[in-house]
Design a protein around this ligand. Structure first.
Ligand SMILES: Cc1ncc(COP(=O)(O)O)c(C=O)c1O
Length: 453
């Protein structure tokens, strides 16, 4: 007999299943510390930038003084007037918009994850399709799927440069395929700068995407959460920098009411825990009214509101912060790729933004991987399932060696064996994580060799 204690909703039952548990929790509740938890996990799997924590903590501590307004519902549920004004000014200073952003064109949420969900809730009906390049940030399907009920249509580019204008043909085909399956495609979600590939889209490509959205009447939702985390890659000095869709003239390209931009504090200010994001839509008040009506569920804490206002209004400090952050990110990127090169681990080249490198961990053990897969298929394992199963085993091995990396399969990666390494951590921590990764890979190779023999 089923337990009488459960009695959840149908929805609740789905999320009560162990497979719905947030996989990160085991890792982040048991993190490595040299004295208190040397056996803990080194996490190079979560997109957190800890390189500037000292500076952020100092700024908050020095400037934090709350007033009685912060203990009330303040100016409502989508950010104080002060904060919306400050963000509008900040975005206008740093994103080079064609028309200055004003506080009435944006609403504040408790993080960009919430901004994505809220945008999805207001723009999409259940089962509507959303085009999204693969590989992609792992939580997009959760943000738009769990409660909104929309469907991500992952688009793979194979050998085509995923940042080039040729991608247009692939998107056209993906859209047509989805429509043939009866899916109403309603939006195009673009992550620019891109997570996990760490590159930016050029103005030319953004314009092509705008034309495409106009042609098919799609909302263009651009997640620009890594906008200011660009840096110089000495191996690719000409890699395109960040261009916001706000800075692209829409005339003749797209109805501006279809364009929506998301940004927040988590990445560019290394402050995932502050939980603060925003939705900017310069020409769609109707959409913003729908967002505002639902903002009670995504209301930022007034303390985060206050802290963010103080940070973003300190222009001189922000400018210094961005520069130092860029230098530190570039340094850590170089440490990481040189380490990968010295261990013959291939990675996607050309990155100049964000905190991550997309790496192929199957490649250094290719002979063992291929032989194992061949044997498994001969033993009856379906050939399309075997590589993913092997990848999951490698993930287990990494975790056993107390190193957490983001598994490509969780990021819509279409080629098994790829992982995302986050390098925006203090150097000793980063190096410890990388060396644990190599030890785990060596152990996996030996295990496969034994199984093959
Ligand atoms: C592309 C992208 N969007 C949104 C988020 C979520 O951001 P927030 O912490 O503001 O909810 C992340 C976090 O990793 C991300 O990488």
């Amino acid at each position: 007999m089923a337990s009488q204690k459960t009695n959840l909703s149908t929805r609740g039952e789905v999320f009560a299943e162990p497979k719905s548990k947030i996989p990160l929790l085991d890792v982040i509740c048991d993190l490595w510390h040299p004295e208190t938890n040397p056996g803990g996990y080194v996490s190079l799997g979560v997109a957190e930038n800890t390189l500037m924590h000292e500076e952020i903590v100092e700024h908050i501590t020095k400037n934090f003084a709350i007033d009685s307004h912060s203990l009330t519902y303040g100016d409502g549920f989508s950010g104080s007037h002060r904060l919306r004004d400050t963000i509008a000014r900040f975005i206008t200073r740093h994103f080079n918009p064609v028309n200055p952003v004003t506080k009435n064109q944006l609403l504040v949420t408790s993080g960009v994850g919430q901004a994505i969900e809220l945008s999805g809730f207001c723009l999409l009906d259940k089962d509507d399709g959303v085009l999204l390049a693969r590989p992609h940030y792992g939580n997009f399907p959760v943000d738009l799927g769990y409660r909104v009920g929309a469907k991500i249509i992952g688009v793979s580019f194979g050998e085509t440069d995923p940042f080039g204008p040729e991608t247009m043909d692939t998107y056209e085909k993906a859209l047509a395929d989805a429509q043939r399956q009866g899916i109403r495609v309603k939006a195009f979600l673009l992550c620019n700068p891109q997570n996990p590939l760490g590159r930016c889209y050029t103005r030319e490509v953004l314009e092509a995407y705008m034309r495409f959205c106009q042609k098919h009447n799609l909302h263009l939702i651009t997640d620009e959460i890594y906008a200011l985390s660009t840096w110089k890659n000495p191996d690719f000095p000409d890699a395109p920098g960040f261009t916001s869709v706000l800075s692209v003239k829409k005339d003749g390209l797209i109805d501006p009411s279809l364009v929506h931009v998301l940004w927040g504090m988590s990445k560019d200010f290394g402050s995932n825990g502050i939980r603060l994001g925003c939705v900017i839509s310069q020409d769609n008040m109707h959409f913003l009214r729908a967002v505002e009506a639902n903002s009670y569920f995504s209301c930022p804490s007034s303390l985060s509101d206050l802290v963010t206002s103080r940070i973003l209004s300190d222009d001189a400090w922000v400018d210094r912060f961005i520069q130092t952050n860029r230098q530190r990110l570039a340094e850590n990127y170089t440490i990481t790729i040189r380490f990968l090169e010295s261990h013959q681990v291939p990675y996607k080249k050309g990155g100049n933004v964000g905190f991550f490198v997309w790496v192929d961990l199957f490649d250094p053990i290719r002979r063992q991987v291929n032989t194992t897969l061949k044997k498994q298929v001969e033993a009856g394992v379906p050939s399309e399932k075997a590589p993913r199963a092997l990848e999951a085993k490698l993930q287990e091995k990494l975790l056993k060696h107390r190193i957490f990396l983001a598994l490509g399969a969780d990021f819509g990666g279409d080629v098994p064996g790829w992982y995302r390494i986050v390098f925006a951590h203090e150097k000793e921590y980063l190096k410890l994580g990388l060396s644990r990764m190599i030890k785990a890979l060596e152990a996996f190779r030996s295990e496969l060799d034994t199984d093959i023999a």
